[in-house]
Design a protein around this ligand. Structure first.
Ligand code: ADP
Length: 518
């Protein structure tokens, strides 16, 4: 038969280990430990003090001490060294301080014993047991308390691990959810286990609905670039090679609810130490921008080669003809030919300027050289120049008197008006009136250019200010151009804090207008 207190000790330790595995919260487990230890050591009260992250000590569990008196133990805690020798806590010094503390608080505790709680060679806290009568703690008492201290240390260690794991998990969740790329995590059998917010946005799937489904239900390719998709790669042995590289699949994904998403998916395997596949992590990137850039690059090359070739071959043709030694040209022919060469050289220079402007714009905002500008006079000068270039059109300027002076970059604004008037002439080959009007509003002035050409089809309207955009019409195909003029005009007007827009009734002509702040 075990002596009575041995039985109770065994029962307490059993209860505590049960509590430890029951995932009770730390304070509850510590209080149970204290309760057991106080009873078995025939004490009246107990405390568990834990070291917090910043190295300070804090009472985390108490037994037999009213809440209101806990503060009186604070001075005692302040004396615990941060990285002290465990034995120091057993010194009679504790008793001296304890008496001082409890007498002051009239708690009547006379003797105390304290033992460090050690987990993985680190002191995580202290356990104190107090007696209110004059029997000092024996070595036996201390041995007994040590087993409780060990249990408490394990509880604290587990709780900290749990805290760390859940903090880690929250961190991972935050990373997944703040990622701009779609992230999908699935098990080896392709069941989706994680589906982040960006992926929900990209694919149109509700994350909750996607979870638990198979990868192939959610990731459906409408079209795909050459190369294997996930299933084909796995059939070929991926990723179970000794050193698997990520798998990249690119194409158009079918979105839930209709439409496509140009996407590139990188699959990476998560393998266990023995090489067994645990998870596949798919990183889904929206490559719309990349595709647009590719398309723009090829447009750029075709526009440039087409637009540069024409003036270059004209210049070369005229120069070659003039240089022929077997022919004698009269002065008129020479003058006309040189005029063509000069005109085409100007066109080339203009084209190069536009390209440079466009590429500078891409690198950053447009810089303006500001001064006071009289728009009415500026428009009159530009229109005067164009009058000599057309016989089919009547050019009319209509500005109210005392048109307000605005502040702007004169050369750039000339470029805008030239572009609008030149377009009005180019895109109304049948002739007719081109009207340039100025109007004054409370906070801005508006300049508009109206022609009577065929106008712009409604689907093209939102795009005419885009870089390299040219409407897909017979007329546009016949007329030379790069699709840069309106793009640059818009940049100039917006750099002035203004606005540019177009209205057009197909068949009725077009009106381009811009407004600048007064
Ligand atoms: P470009 O004239 O060099 O093609 P722009 O950027 O000046 O380039 O114009 C873009 C497109 O907008 C043109 O290709 C043409 O299709 C359309 N557009 C511009 N102005 C007019 C207009 N006045 N009438 C009809 N279409 C126009």
């Amino acid at each position: 038969m075990l002596p009575d207190f041995r039985v109770r000790q065994r029962d307490y330790l059993l209860e505590i280990s049960r509590a430890l595995t029951e995932e009770l919260d730390l304070a509850t487990v510590l209080t149970r430990i204290l309760h057991g230890a106080t009873e078995l050591l025939a004490g009246q009260a107990g405390l568990v003090v834990l070291r917090e992250e910043e190295g300070r000590w804090r009472i985390r569990a108490h037994y037999g001490i009213p809440e209101a008196f806990l503060d009186s133990f604070k001075p005692m805690l302040a004396d615990i060294p941060e990285h002290g020798d465990a034995r120091r806590f057993a010194l009679p010094e504790i008793n001296r301080r304890l008496r001082a503390t409890t007498e002051a608080a009239s708690l009547g505790l006379l003797h105390g014993v304290a033992l460090p709680m050690v987990a993985r060679n680190e002191i995580v806290g202290l356990i104190y047991i107090f007696r209110g009568y004059a029997t000092a703690f024996t070595n036996n008492d201390r041995t007994l308390l040590a087993s409780f201290a060990n249990q408490a240390a394990i509880a604290v260690h587990n709780a900290r691990l749990y805290q760390q794991t859940s903090a880690e998990k929250r961190r991972l969740d935050a990373i997944l959810d703040s990622s701009a790329d779609g992230i999908l995590i699935m098990n080896a059998g392709h069941r989706i286990q994680r589906f982040n917010r960006a992926l929900a946005r990209l694919t149109g799937w509700n994350a909750a609905e996607a979870l638990g489904r198979s990868h192939d239900e959610v990731i459906r390719w409408a079209s795909r670039q050459a190369g294997p998709d996930l299933a084909e790669a796995e059939a070929g042995g991926w990723p179970l090679a000794s050193n698997p590289t990520p798998l990249y699949v690119e194409g158009d994904l079918l979105r839930q609810g209709g439409g496509y998403l140009p996407a590139g998916i990188t699959y990476a395997p998560l393998l266990e130490a023995d090489g067994k596949l645990v998870n596949l992590i798919a990183n889904v990137r929206d490559i719309t921008k990349f595709r647009e850039a590719e398309a723009l690059k090829s447009t750029f090359i075709s526009v440039i080669s087409h637009e540069l070739r024409t003036p270059v071959s004209l210049i070369k043709g005229y120069a070659e003809t003039l240089a022929r030694e077997d022919a004698k040209w009269d002065a008129d022919v020479v003058r006309d030919s040189l005029a063509v060469i000069e005109e085409e050289a100007d066109r080339l220079a203009g084209l190069i300027d536009n390209l440079l402007d466009a590429s500078r714009l891409q690198a950053g905002a447009m810089r303006l050289d500001m001064s006071e500008v009289a728009l009415d006079q500026l428009v009159a000068r530009v229109v005067e120049k164009f009058k000599t270039q057309t016989h089919d059109h009547t050019l009319r300027v209509e500005f109210p008197p005392n048109f307000p002076i605005v502040s702007g970059d004169e050369a750039r604004l000339i470029q805008v008006v030239q572009n609008l008037v030149s377009n009005a002439l180019k895109y109304s080959p049948g002739g007719g009136e081109v009207l340039v009007r100025g109007t004054v509003e409370a906070e801005r002035v508006v300049v508009s250019v109206t022609d009577h050409g065929p106008g712009i089809a409604t689907p093209d309207l939102p795009h005419v200010f885009e870089r390299f955009y040219r409407a897909d019409s017979d007329l546009t195909r016949r007329v030379k151009g790069t699709g840069l003029g309106l793009y640059l005009a818009k940049a100039v007007v917006e750099a002035h804090g203004g606005k540019i827009w177009v209205t057009s009734e197909p068949g009725q002509g077009a009106t381009f207008a811009f407004a600048l702040p007064r």
